[in-house]
Design a protein around this ligand. Structure first.
Ligand code: ZN
Length: 287
């Protein structure tokens, strides 16, 4: 009886703490990074997606507005504090949910959604007119674009001249291992060459996730990725299984090079395994 009571008591204490930590009405602060007088990068703990807020003369342009599920109103309120201009455009670096999740929310409030596909669209007359006028308006707001293929088939690099800031989406993730699965090593190299062509010593490179950094960190990321692919390829050629590759000392050391935030447990085992499996797929496809 006493044993049952103790179990019940433990369960109640656990639930009480879960409630406090998981409570919906508790608003976590956003991390705000002011890049220039007109550009802010906002991220939160949930997804850690870097959201660009570009405040122009005639409206605000948002990049990758995914603050975390259920936090759109909080993001909107935060932006309203920065400027009373309307949110005119939303641009996505690519189509993944953790970068586009807020599109509908802002579309309902009057924003136009601009994707890489629209910028490059040549299909319908209407779309061409729309894309041409939008594109020239965006270029007039000081933006430049480049379409590359690395993390996805349509990765958009977005450069803001005045802030010397380049949004690179998940072509470069500064908090996770590389995910160059659409373009392989060839696509990654081409994309990073493009990033370099926009950058100088003082450029702000805004990754899809993780801290804003400089071009040297991106170049190191490329070198580390090449070294990673080479090692996986060598081990795969010697018929090692994925489990055996996971136990390789050099592979573990290479993986840690991507752990820029020095987390004690960088990535779950499942993600580590998948990273190796997907790298093997790329190695096989590119040989
Ligand atoms: Zn992402």
């Amino acid at each position: 009886m006493l044993f049952k009571f103790l179990i019940l008591l433990c369960a109640m204490i656990f639930l009480a703490f879960t409630k406090v930590d998981g409570s919906d009405d508790k608003i976590e602060p956003f991390e705000i990074n002011k890049i220039s007088e007109s550009l802010y990068v906002i991220a939160d703990k949930d997804y850690g997606t870097n959201i660009g807020v570009l405040i122009g003369d005639n409206g605000i342009i948002l990049i990758d507005p995914m603050p975390g599920e259920g936090r759109f109103k909080d993001l909107n309120a935060l932006i309203k504090k920065m400027s009373d201009q309307p949110i005119k455009y939303v641009i996505n670096t690519h189509g993944d949910e953790d970068h586009t999740g807020g599109n509908d929310f802002f579309k309902k409030r009057g924003a136009k959604i601009v994707s890489g596909a629209i910028l490059e669209s040549e299909r319908k007359t209407d779309e061409i007119t729309l894309s041409t006028s939008i594109k020239s308006e965006l270029i007039n707001s000081g933006l430049e674009f480049a379409q590359v293929k690395s993390h996805s088939f349509e990765d958009l690099l977005i450069y803001h001249r005045e802030s010397n800031a380049l949004f690179v989406g998940d072509v470069f993730d500064n908090s996770w291992h590389p995910t160059f699965y659409a373009g392989g090593l060839i696509g990654l190299n081409g994309s990073i060459n493009k990033i370099m062509s926009f950058s100088n010593e003082s450029s702000n490179i805004v990754p899809g996730h993780g801290k804003t950094t400089n071009k040297h960190v991106v170049d190191a990321f490329r070198k580390n990725t090449v070294a990673w692919v080479r090692r996986v390829s060598d081990l795969h050629k010697t018929q090692l299984s994925v489990d055996e590759i996971m136990n390789d000392k050099q592979i573990n050391a290479l993986l840690q090079l991507f752990n820029t935030e020095k987390k004690a447990n960088f990535i779950p085992k499942k993600a580590f395994r998948r990273f190796i499996e997907r790298t093997i797929t790329i190695v096989v496809a590119e040989q």
